[in-house]
Design a protein around this ligand. Structure first.
Ligand code: FMN
Length: 340
């Protein structure tokens, strides 16, 4: 847990990862961070997590998810990312920082959102170019790496899912061409590149499951893969991405499938979903997973790796509900405790 680990050309102080978590602290139309954003990340860096994967960051306005999301869609945005990275590195000189590049596709808030079954090849080529340009900006802003968001029924995850993607051309789900093209384009930028990969839609009768995730992972070479799945708000998916209640280690079946096909050693794997603390994470380490990610736990207590972990996250999901109410992501239980 507290041993070092290498991803591509950089070293992590330890094996805990802050999984991407939308803070909803940016201007709703421009994606420019508010002061809360900087305060949030400076504090997070102080907590000595190995890698901070920031939050889904739109690569174009057409791919905007529709709330107070961070943007990296123009060169003007570089300065804001750089400022946040400088603050994090001043707080902790060992911190490693990843920019999560995202396009919401049909699941976004733009008036002209990209509909995957009607989109043209030119639309997709534009998306590929937008990811590449965003990666160039991320490099200029001083990130250690980028993560392509291919989960949670946003654009790239819908494209690899036969539930959403009904195309029969070269962009059909089983060929994962758009994800491959995005990866190849981002690869031309000299920055390590990982993926947050939808590994199970949990939709009955459809093939976006552990077996198809293994196929993608064996075909594409990422610098790291974060395992994820589920759907927002669940139905028709059996499980949502952010599960309330007691479920732990959601993606053990995916890890077992990767292991069975000798894919767990092919590139570093991060597993996120339902881990409450470092003791819980031991189950994943025992399975051979090198890195464990946490999202809600860091909203509950961003210092839990160094303060003895006195605060339990009950996974009530009030943090994510806050975003849907137009607020910033926060844990109301923690806020009440601070006011006492
Ligand atoms: C408030 C909130 C915002 C989230 N935002 C993102 C995001 O921007 N990008 C992403 O890939 N996942 C996002 N997630 C999902 C988490 O990264 C993680 O996959 C999920 O919450 C399960 O992990 P956990 O049990 O440790 O919370 C978010 C989760 C929460 C609770």
């Amino acid at each position: 847990m507290f041993t070092k680990f290498n991803i591509a050309n950089f070293e992590l102080e330890n094996r805990s990862v802050r999984s991407a978590t939308d803070t909803a602290t940016c201007d709703i139309s421009t994606g420019i961070p508010e002061q809360k954003f900087y305060n949030f990340y400076e504090s997070l860096a102080r907590g000595h997590v190995g890698l901070i994967i920031q939050e889904h960051t739109f690569v174009s306005l057409r791919g905007h998810a529709g709330h107070k999301q961070l943007g990296i869609h123009t060169d003007q945005m570089i300065q804001y990312h750089q400022k946040a990275n400088d603050l994090m590195r001043a707080a902790n000189d060992k911190i490693r920082i990843c920019c999560q590049l995202a396009h919401a596709g049909p699941n976004g808030g733009a008036a002209n959102k990209l509909q995957i079954n009607e989109a043209t090849a030119a639309d997709f080529q534009e998306v590929v170019q937008q990811f590449k340009e965003a990666a160039v900006r991320a490099k200029k802003a001083g990130y250690d790496c980028v993560q392509i968001h291919s989960g949670h029924s946003y654009l790239l995850s819908q494209m690899i899912s036969d539930f959403y993607n009904k195309r029969i051309d070269e962009y059909r789900a089983s060929d994962f061409k758009l994800l491959r093209d995005v990866l190849e384009a981002v690869r031309t930028v000299d920055i390590p590149v990982g993926v947050k990969l939808q590994c199970d839609d949990f939709i009955e009768g459809h093939t976006m499951n552990a077996a198809s995730a293994c196929k993608i992972i064996s075909a594409l070479k990422f610098d790291f893969v974060e395992v994820t799945g589920g759907g927002y708000g669940a139905p028709p998916a059996k499980y949502s991405t952010i599960r309330a209640g007691k479920d732990q280690y959601y993606y053990r079946h995916v890890i077992q499938a990767l292991k069975a096909q000798n894919l767990l050693d092919k590139q570093p794997v991060i597993v996120t979903g339902g881990f409450e603390n470092v003791e819980d994470a031991q189950k994943a380490f025992a399975d051979g997973v090198p890195l464990v990610g946490y999202s809600r736990k860091f909203l509950r207590n961003d210092q839990f790796l160094i303060d003895g972990d006195p605060k339990k996250c009950i996974r009530c999901n009030q943090c994510v509900n806050a975003i849907f109410k137009g607020q910033y992501a926060h844990c109301p239980i923690s806020e009440r405790e601070k006011q006492k």
